[in-house]
Design a protein around this ligand. Structure first.
Ligand code: SAM
Ligand code: SF4
Length: 461
């Protein structure tokens, strides 16, 4: 795995010459849902013209709707430890930050956090950890995953942890994790070196090749990402797309998701200024371009962004949102007596969040925007992952499964956790969506919905 920097610079240089006709043609090609080349994406990244930008946004919205329908998948991160042996200059968890009280959750504490999230209505979690032993060891992560699946009604656990060996990834695969997620942070080798002065994360190549090892270990749902703000965004987007293309070329399966974190102030971070800030308008453009460049890849947006911007971005290509999040270990459930005795200072999160709304509020705002909140985990539990998932997605068959499944998980949420407002919005939405389904599917769905009403749970197609 080697990203050719010269190829990226060449594409960026060539794209400096703005050709409106060519831009129109690229956007029209984007509509076909076949993706874009590196050079085409470079042209779009250079785009500033308001009318053409609007055309790009409208097209991204259309492509998103054709592929994903109205569904927005919801999840919450669960931080298991803030110990770390790395010194990433942008992160509050870095080892040299001596003012951060450290905490590692025990298995019962992780279960308690997961139970709290499940009682809020979450069914998908993203386990996040710093890089320190034993937190970054596959065996430890696997036992956390297995214990949560066993004790709590959580149906999919994705992981964001330091890169592992093939053997380590095999252990995660056996524990039945969902997606393995890892962000390259910056694809620019020199900037990477500067930002990661010590610890195992210093090794750019070991991180870049993590997905190769994960896929070789049988984990075919992998998630890429860049931490926007660390280096020039145009370079980063092209490098990210090149990474995705190389994985697709080698394994016939590209990334399942792309995350688009933007750097936020973090208590105890070493950076005094953001190296290459990305403003909201540019951020919107990045998301719309990703939607056209890799149309079948999910785009994940976290609570690092404000509620207003998150709502706007739903229309431009985002397909998954975290909600009701905390970025500190033990940040959800009230502290146990034991932890109260060992924790002297209040814990801080990894970075500052902008969207503090509880899950139910996010869910209502998604419905008010005309989207369907989904807690569905059916694909992964029916082994529709990797290449199998992409085939279903590209042929459009996935639509027939996803919409009813999203509605079933929404109905389950409304029965168990809904309030007056969400129930009203949800029932109306479910009714409308049933009417759009072919008759046979509508009949099956109505039957399943009434089974949920009579107490059955976890129904999916
Ligand atoms: N420790 C592992 C690692 O670094 O890959 C996994 C978890 S780390 C807690 C998750 C992600 O948080 C990092 O990949 C980084 O992109 C992001 N992050 C770190 N500092 C941040 C900041 N100040 N603002 C926003 N995101 C940040
Ligand atoms: Fe540690 Fe990850 Fe933070 Fe770097 S980003 S200091 S590896 S937790």
């Amino acid at each position: 795995m080697n990203i050719q920097l010269a190829k990226i610079y060449e594409a960026l240089e060539k794209a400096k010459k703005l050709d409106k006709v060519l831009i129109q043609e690229i956007i029209t090609k984007g509509k076909e849902k076949k993706g874009l080349t590196l050079q085409e994406s470079a042209y779009l990244l250079n785009l500033q013209d308001p009318a053409l930008l609007q055309h790009l946004y409208d097209t991204a919205a259309k492509v998103k709707e054709e592929i994903y329908g109205k569904r927005i998948v919801l999840f919450a991160p669960l931080y298991t430890s803030n110990y770390c042996i790395n010194n990433c200059l942008y992160c509050g968890f870095r080892q040299a930050n001596e003012s951060l009280p450290r905490r590692r959750l025990s298995l019962p504490e992780v279960q308690q956090e997961a139970k709290f999230l499940a009682q809020e209505g979450h069914r998908r979690l993203l386990l996040v950890t710093g890089e320190a032993l034993p937190d970054a060891e596959a065996e430890g992560i696997a036992s956390i995953v297995e214990s949560v699946y066993k004790a709590v009604d959580i149906r999919r656990i994705n992981i964001n942890c330091a890169p592992l060996s093939v053997e380590g990834f095999r252990i995660l695969k056996e524990a039945q994790i969902g997606t393995y997620q890892l962000f390259q942070e910056t694809y620019h080798p020199r900037q990477y070196e500067y930002l990661h002065p010590s610890g195992p994360k210093k090794d750019y190549s070991y991180r870049l090749t993590a997905m190769n090892r994960a896929i070789e270990a049988g984990l075919d749902d992998v998630g890429l990402g860049v931490l926007f703000g660390l280096y020039d965004y145009s370079f980063e987007v092209l490098a990210l797309l090149e990474h995705a293309r190389l994985l697709d070329e080698q394994y016939k399966v590209g990334p399942h998701t792309i995350s688009v974190p933007r750097i936020k102030k973090a208590p105890g971070m070493a950076l005094t200024a953001i190296p290459a800030p990305v403003d909201d308008e540019t951020f919107k453009k990045i998301i719309a371009i990703l939607r056209l460049a890799v149309p079948y890849t999910g785009i994940i947006l976290s609570t690092r962004e404000s509620a207003t911007l998150r709502t706007d971005l739903l229309h431009l290509g985002v397909s998954q949102l975290s909600a009701g999040s905390s970025t500190q270990p033990g940040g959800y459930a009230p502290l146990s007596k034991e932890s109260l005795e060992t924790t002297s200072a209040p814990l801080e999160g990894q970075f500052c969040l902008e969207d503090h709304r509880p899950l139910q509020e996010v869910l209502c705002s998604i419905m008010e925007e005309g989207f369907i909140p989904s807690f569905c985990t059916a694909c992964y539990r029916n082994e529709r992952t990797g290449e199998a998932f992409m085939e279903l997605a590209k042929s459009g068959i996935i639509h027939k499964l996803c919409s009813p499944n999203a509605l079933l998980t929404l109905e389950e949420y409304l029965i168990d956790y809904g309030n007056e407002k969400s129930r009203k919005l949800g029932q109306q939405l479910i009714k409308q969506e049933i009417e759009k389904l072919p008759a046979s599917q509508a009949t099956t769905l109505k039957k399943n919905l009434s089974e949920l009403q009579s107490g059955k749970r976890d129904l999916f197609i």
